[in-house]
Design a protein. Structure first.
Lengths: 312, 375
């Protein structure tokens, strides 16, 4: 008997199977499937409108999928939605705490509606809450963006959920707070909480255990950030020159050009040929009258992979 | 149950923190009672009058004196020219012209018959009709005097021939015909309705607008717990408002409170059940507080105009009277007037109460079905 335990299922905290959702005529998501393990930090990475929020709204039992199944800790999302609400912590993308209640009152209220006391699970939020504790008598609406985010996280955690769902938690938050926020998530993982986080920031993908790249309601790839990068098959070249606009145009019209994307200061370029000849590119650009040309081979990041997958 | 208490507690914290709430609760009743009760009077006073007395006889002078002495008329002008008086009506400077023609007294004595012309500006139908009936009353009373006065010329038999029906009015429940007594219960109903319908609807929509409803929806809070938790604070505030308004009415206007106060509050609770249901329904229909406001205003306006507060229901067309069957405001105004002014007991109003309760059940079920946690 002992041997018959399905080890795979035991460790899987969340199973999403072929879910789709259509709003009127728009197919928001189609055929989405993924699993998340217990204590895993799983990221949904995709641009605005990719369908991340729709997936989360289905997972949090706010909307029903048109088809497909979702299991949380072996609870069915439709049949057992009441139990699921008890074990899920959700932080919506839109800041949605009571602005006219104080920090403390918000926390107490959300603890109360889950039938717990703040003290019961205080250890879970202690580190985060200490940041905002000096302002506990302040109205939530009067907090700064980063502090609001921390309070929202505390409120989502106070009932000790088994699964934490964070919808774009770092959108509109300053760089320092973003970094802090991700550090907090890394610590929460150790509490055996499954964390699902969505973000439009590709650089945050590297901080997840595994990511699902989503575009137009479809999953492009699911893997660890390292594996996704290692799957990148082209040689990635970073090109810079004085006139960036002209550079993009010229590179696009280059006969061996595979992809050309602006990437901050530089242009990320891949070639159609197996062996990319950097010298040839430089010569081509010199012929096109470019000045201050700088060409170097670089390692791809998640965004490059995302762009590449989108092209396919 | 504990969840509901937590929600109620949260609501009260939020309500007391809302800077507009306290003024709404305390200033609105004072202003409404003070201004509306005085302003929304059905008595017509200060009718502007122009007298054209071309007779200048004893009789004509006596008549004009009667008009001058009447509290209802203000003599704005005296002239001998009918054309000029007509001009005054045209330009809206006077409402009524009293035209006593030349030889009026002579005709009266010689022919026992004489005519006075009354011109009425009837643009405002109420002022027009009430004003002309005041005129008629003054002239009718004077007529009776004249008959006695000139009767010494006649034989006694002839006097007895004049058959007049003497009508004695007895005004029950409001013997002084004090319209304030009539208005105050109506104003109180408006007050309670504002709290019950506007504030509850806007409060619920606010959760939608700010997005907190999303956070609530993923918690184990059940639909009914949330709705009850949201409604009870407004029920309490509205009942408090009624008590506050009744106290003000007693102090300011000394309105009679003949019936049982418990009965007043019992019927208010039943009424609020319907009104809060409407508030909930409005909140399910709208996504922003602005929309909720407009929808609530629409319901409110129709309900109040049809309720018989300003115009008697009896004088409405039959279809409008039938329509009042779905007007909770009309029912509550009726109940409140009955209990406060007549001292009606529960047996007198129990049918209305049951009706309102049934109505509330219907509205609430409809609103609850529309209010969805998942879609």
């Amino acid at each position: 008997m002992f041997l018959n335990i399905d080890y795979q299922n035991l460790m899987t905290s969340l199973r999403v199977k072929n879910i789709s959702k259509k709003y009127d005529k728009v197919q928001a998501i189609s055929d989405i499937s993924f699993n998340a393990e217990k204590g895993e930090l799983f990221g949904l990475i995709g641009p605005d409108g990719a369908g991340k929020t729709t997936i989360f709204r289905i997972l949090t039992t706010l909307i029903l999928p048109d088809n497909g199944e979702v299991f949380f800790e072996n609870l069915d999302i439709i049949k057992d939605f009441k139990k699921i609400r008890q074990i899920t912590g959700y932080m919506p993308g839109k800041y949605s705490l009571y602005q006219d209640l104080t920090v403390e009152e918000n926390l107490n209220f959300f603890a109360a509606v889950f039938g717990v006391k703040v003290e019961d699970n205080y250890y879970l939020i202690k580190e985060i809450y200490e940041h905002i504790a000096p302002f506990k008598k302040r109205l939530a609406g009067k907090l700064s963006g980063g502090m609001k985010q921390k309070l929202a996280l505390c409120c989502a955690l106070i009932h000790k959920p088994q699964i934490l769902i964070l919808d774009e938690p770092t959108t509109g938050v300053d760089a320092v707070s973003r970094k802090e926020f991700w550090e907090m998530l890394q610590k929460l993982k150790t509490q055996n909480i499954t964390i699902l986080v969505s973000t439009p920031y590709m650089d945050e993908a590297a901080l997840c255990n595994r990511v699902a790249l989503i575009q137009k309601g479809k999953i492009l790839d699911i893997d660890t950030p390292e594996n996704i990068i290692s799957k990148f098959q082209h040689k990635l070249i970073s090109v810079k020159s004085f006139d960036k606009q002209k550079l993009i145009k010229d590179l696009r019209s280059y006969e061996f050009s595979n992809s050309v994307f602006a990437f901050g200061e530089s242009i990320h370029y891949t070639d159609k040929r197996q062996k990319t000849d950097v010298k040839e590119i430089v010569e081509y650009l010199i012929n096109k009258n470019h000045k201050e040309i700088k060409v170097e081979e670089i390692k791809p990041n998640i965004e490059d992979c995302f762009m590449d997958l989108m092209k396919k | 149950m504990r969840t509901i208490l937590h929600i109620i507690q949260k609501e009260f914290i939020q309500i007391t923190r809302d800077k507009m709430m306290l003024p709404i609760i305390f200033v609105v009743p004072i202003v409404q009672l003070l201004f509306l009760v005085y302003a929304a009077t059905l008595e017509i006073k200060n009718i502007d009058l122009c007298i054209v007395d071309n007779d200048l006889s004893t009789v004509s002078r006596e008549i004009t004196q009667k008009f001058e002495a009447s509290p209802f008329f203000v003599v704005k002008g005296k002239t001998f020219s009918v054309e000029q008086s007509e001009k005054l009506i045209e330009t809206g400077q006077v409402d009524i012209v009293l035209n006593i023609p030349h030889n009026f007294e002579k005709d009266l004595i010689r022919n026992k018959k004489a005519g006075i012309q009354i011109l009425v500006d009837a643009i405002n139908q109420t002022t027009g009709s009430i004003g002309s009936s005041y005129c008629n009353q003054i002239i009718f009373n004077y007529n009776k005097n004249i008959i006695t006065k000139f009767s010494d010329l006649k034989t006694l038999f002839e006097i007895q021939d004049i058959k007049t029906i003497n009508i004695e009015h007895q005004f029950w429940y409001n013997p002084d015909l004090n319209y304030k007594v009539f208005m105050v219960p109506g104003i109180l109903v408006i007050l309670v309705t504002i709290i019950g319908m506007f504030l509850s609807a806007m409060n619920l929509v606010k959760e939608k607008e700010i997005g907190t409803i999303e956070q609530i929806n993923v918690t184990p809070i059940k639909k009914h717990q949330f709705i009850i938790g949201k409604m009870i604070p407004f029920l309490i505030i509205a009942l408090f408002e009624l008590a506050f308004g009744l106290t003000l009415g007693k102090i300011l206007f000394n309105i009679p409170i003949i019936g049982n106060l418990w009965l007043v509050f019992l019927s208010a609770t039943v009424y609020l059940f319907v009104i809060l249901g409407f508030g909930l329904l409005i909140s399910t229909l709208s996504n922003t507080q602005q929309q909720a406001m407009f929808v609530a205003w629409f319901f409110m306006l129709v309900f109040i105009m049809m309720s018989g507060l300003f115009t008697p229901i009896e004088s409405m067309p039959v279809w409008a009277q039938k329509l009042n069957l779905i007007n909770p405001v009309a029912f509550f105004i009726k109940i409140l007037r009955m209990v406060l002014l007549k001292g009606s007991e529960i047996k007198d109003i129990k049918n209305d109460l049951f009706y309102l309760f049934g109505y509330g059940v219907v509205v609430f079920s409809f609103a609850t079905i529309r209010y969805k946690k998942t879609n």
